[in-house]
Design a protein around this ligand. Structure first.
Ligand code: SAH
Length: 252
């Protein structure tokens, strides 16, 4: 079959490594699973060997959806011909485990959509471009901070291009996002916009992005750069930057 490059179609073909990924996903009885970009179903078939309650497949390519239909014989599988970038995961359940060998061209957008649905996603195991996977775990970017606000990020393993057909130009990395126990309540759109502003032009001092008075109020040196901020400091600045500045009180 002809694979579509613009849909990031690089199929996992190495049996040994597919088995290992299955072990890392480790489905359990009662789990509601969601696979993103199942393609021809190589990883899906491995997962079907495990106990779980339901498995939802989210695949954008109608040709792939057609091929996946044979898996429907398994009563536990449901297929959604849909875009994982904008899919409303919470329509599938309250406590989901996601996984997938993601299409690399939109992988960051799928990770972002995962965070937007963190209330109903307890875990995600994603295959990403290695560089993107490493940056999520230890880098300093708006997306890694957005993810780490809600999830612990664990780098599971690297995979060379030869495990895929056709081999991608880049190496791959598998990560696990495990939801934290304590989740901050915040407006996700506002928070994302704050982070993208904060992390733009990373080399500039914080005072070029936030009011100096706000920084000094919480004893953060205005000359520091965004990379040096801890997650707690980022959250503090987000909350402070939202609270309306009180008008100065005037003595009569
Ligand atoms: N998981 C399969 C295929 C991975 S390739 C395997 O390991 O063999 C990526 C898959 O994601 C392809 O099947 C592609 O059609 C699908 N895809 C691409 N963009 C998508 C999107 N926005 N939403 C859902 N699926 C998408």
């Amino acid at each position: 079959m002809k694979l579509k490059k613009h849909l990031g179609q690089h199929l996992l073909v190495a049996g040994g490594v597919i088995g290992r990924i299955g072990e890392l996903i480790n489905p359990q009885e009662g789990d509601v699973l969601v696979e993103i970009g199942p393609g021809t179903g190589n990883l899906t078939r491995e997962i079907l060997r495990y106990p779980f309650k339901e498995l939802h497949l989210i695949e954008i390519d109608p040709d792939m959806v057609e091929r996946l239909k044979e898996l429907l014989e398994e009563g536990r599988v449901k297929i959604h011909g849909a875009d994982a970038v904008s899919f409303d995961f919470c329509s599938l359940g309250e406590s989901l485990k996601l996984y997938g060998n993601l299409p690399y061209n939109v992988a960051s957008l799928i990770v972002e959509n995962t965070v937007f649905h963190h209330k109903c996603i307890t875990q995600a195991v994603y295959m990403l471009q290695k560089e993107v996977a490493e940056k999520l775990q230890k880098g300093s970017s708006w997306l890694s901070t957005f993810v780490k606000t809600f999830y612990e990020v664990e780098y599971l393993m690297s995979l060379p291009a030869r495990f895929f057909r056709p081999p991608p130009k880049v190496q791959s990395g598998l990560v696990r996002l495990l939801r934290k126990e304590k989740l901050p309540e915040l407006d996700l759109v506002e928070y994302r916009d704050f982070l993208t502003r904060l992390y733009a032009m990373k080399r500039k001092a914080l005072k070029s992005k936030l009011e100096e008075s706000l920084l000094t109020k919480v004893s953060i040196d205005p000359m520091r750069r965004v990379e040096s901020l801890s997650l707690e400091e980022v959250l503090l600045l987000f909350h402070l930057s939202k609270s309306p500045t009180r008008p100065p009180s005037h003595d009569i």
